[in-house]
Design a binder for this molecule. Sequence first.
Ligand code: SF4
Ligand code: SF4
Length: 423
Amino acid sequence: MIKRSFFTLTPPRLNYDLVEPDPKEPESIPIPSDLTLLLNEPIDSTRPALIKKGDLVEKGEKLRLYYESTEYTISPVTGTIASVDSYSDDFGNISTYLVIKNDQNQTTGTNAITYDLKDDIASADEYLRTLPGAPPLKILADDDMKIDTIVITCADSDLLSTTNQYVTCKFLDEIKEGTQILKKITHVPKLCITIPENLNIPGGFDTIQVFKTSMKYPSNLPAMVLKDHLNIVLPAGKNPEDMGVCFITAEAVVSLARAYKTKSAGFEKILTIIGKRETQYRVKVTIGTPLYKILNTFGIHINDQDRIVIGGPMKGFATYTHHHPVRPDMDMVIIQDRDIIPELSDNACVNCGKCIRICPVNVPVNILVRYLEADLYEEAADKYDLESCIECGLCAYVCTARIPLYQYIRLGKHELLTLRADA
Ligand code: SF4
Ligand code: SF4
């Protein structure tokens, strides 16, 4: 049971959670009758589709919309495609979702298709992008990226989550195997690993450099790891990949080790769930499972205006539906009761300065947000450091006027990218 509250107006105590000693097995959620998979490509009705409603698919089968598609997903079960439709995310980006009927009542033990996996990154990228933990194989396979450092994250990046710490404690040998595979297939010269400073890991990691990360938020965010451990200050508007550094979660590394051992994909994702009374659960669930299947297992009932947050309390986003599927990169889900959701407001800024004092990269948040409210995105970037923000969410957390600063900033960055793309 987690004792402190992140959802009420208590003063911030922003330390990461530590996984419990000798954690027990997660609750295993049975494979549901329908699974939903997202494909990062919009439907184009002018092109002949490779998949359609009624098609039979096999467990492990690669599914693409069109012959030329570079985006794909992998079916977690043998079954039938029940629908193919458009999906719009928070920012209005259009992609596609597929519903697959598990009409053969498969269990997790059913064998998946095997792949002709070779010891190179192109082969891994061909089949393994959607493994649990979502290994960033597309980035690693991109020659233009020039990645020279891989950072394996055993430290969870948002508060309350213990997903990657759990994986680290339970599957340390597979992390070591996966690390060797990463080395072999990518030829990246430098591999590092983040471990929370209070987490006891027996033995060492041979040639891998270990970064002991502070328990204080936001020290596990990529920009902070770069600064604190690799001596790299992330320039405004850049990603770690632009600096030659690629982050991969402990769970993704374990998934790679298993995939290379079995020559097939795995589909069981570990998730941290925080229930309405802040009770923490850990589950093992097939990718594509709708969230309500997990919530039902623990008797968590969703009422009108309760909030489902995908991700942690600082960086997560709310979804409007409990049908939202488990995705390969999803580490945590929080259920907030409508009675304790802190109210956001359209109050004016009271110039208390809290947001500026807490910002780890010194963004003048109170002024920035005025430009964002006025849709002045270029000015916000040029004069008020919009692109320097590392998206920690601390400003929104402390804001006296309860202005949704973090949401404004995320939307502002998205609008800026769209403006520049259009230009
Ligand atoms: S989210 Fe807010 S506090 Fe965090 S880096 Fe961005 S502006 Fe600063
Ligand atoms: S914390 Fe909120 S109210 Fe205070 S200065 Fe920042 S934006 Fe204004």
